[in-house]
Design a protein around this ligand. Structure first.
Ligand code: ADP
Ligand code: MG
Length: 288
């Protein structure tokens, strides 16, 4: 049977905007030792703004953005939303067919009979498209039509206002190891990790690489220690399921992530993870 105070703990958590899907997870949280966090949407807002358009010689800025907006028009990724918002005009979807989206890479579609692409370096390399490798802070989206490189678009995300507090709080409640994982490029990842005081960061990961990283981190924890993964959703369901405690940020999170998670933070505040651990430790003191 479940000790009564666990219900108190679950209730307290829910009043704080933290949905814990069972007292076993509340108990596990008190043994948390390693916290692995996704970047986009978890530590950053996940709402990108276009900061720069860098077309190739002979390509207009408008054509660069238009091609990207058409390529992205069927995607739900935060990157797609930002490019479509910057485009301002409506996309005529009747011009598009054979739309494709590859996790951790980018998108492509047939636009008026020519294939257009938008995505990262890996995505361009996969199509054998020659591109520039700009030295810019921010997330770079490369754009191409057939084998012609049209240029790149820089988009920037913002760190959430309580992210620093969350990392400090996690250290204060005794987390031995905090790790950031992201599909985004190395430079952007290092900037965010540096600003937040996260020492270990792995970038340019595909969804399956995130699972591999978590598998590896499992080897480094104590027998009793538990590993938490926190993500916002987009492609994070496998790694949420693999962690001892999968936490989804419900504010922006996808339905798949909320389904796969053991704990859902109803707001988009990462500091609530600290709160969840505190409630768990307090509840266990009452039980014992
Ligand atoms: P994260 O781990 O930061 O949440 P994702 O796994 O969702 O990131 O995406 C990783 C990278 O893959 C992005 O930073 C981007 O370079 C590329 N990418 C993913 N989806 C798209 C898309 N719809 N358009 C362009 N690039 C994309
Ligand atoms: Mg993501």
């Amino acid at each position: 049977s479940i000790p009564l105070s666990f219900f108190g703990g679950l209730g307290g958590a829910s009043r704080a905007g933290i949905l814990v899907k069972g007292s076993n997870y509340l108990e596990a949280l008190s043994d948390a030792e390693i916290v692995v966090m996704d970047k986009t949407g978890t530590l950053t807002k996940g709402t990108f703004a276009v900061t720069k358009l860098v077309p190739e010689m002979g390509v207009a800025e408008g054509a660069l953005l238009e091609t990207a907006a058409y390529a992205e028009s069927y995607s739900n990724h935060p990157i797609s939303k930002s490019l479509l918002a910057a485009y301002h005009k409506d996309v005529d979807k009747s011009l598009l067919s054979e739309v494709e989206e590859v996790a951790g890479h980018g998108v492509s579609a047939l636009l008026n009979g020519s294939r257009v692409y938008a995505g990262n370096t890996k995505w361009m390399e996969r199509q054998d498209i020659q591109m520039k490798e700009p030295d810019e802070a921010g997330t770079i989206i490369h754009v191409a039509r057939e084998k012609e490189y049209l240029g790149y678009i820089v988009i920037a995300d913002e760190i959430k206002s309580d992210a620093k507090l969350a990392i400090e709080g996690l250290k204060a409640v005794g987390m031995k190891h905090i790790v950031m994982l992201t599909g985004d490029q190395k430079k952007t990842a290092a900037n965010v990790a540096g600003a937040l005081g996260i020492e270990e960061v792995h970038a340019e990961l595909l969804p399956k690489d995130k699972v591999d990283q978590v598998e590896r981190l499992f080897q480094s924890k104590s027998e009793k220690g538990r590993l938490i993964f926190v993500g916002d959703g987009m492609n994070d369901a496998p790694v949420l399921a693999r962690a001892d405690i999968g936490i989804a940020m419900g504010g922006l999170g996808s339905d798949a992530a909320i389904e796969a998670a053991d704990v859902v933070i109803m707001t988009d505040e990462p500091s609530k993870i600290v709160k969840a651990i505190q409630i768990s430790k307090r509840t266990l003191v009452i039980v014992k």
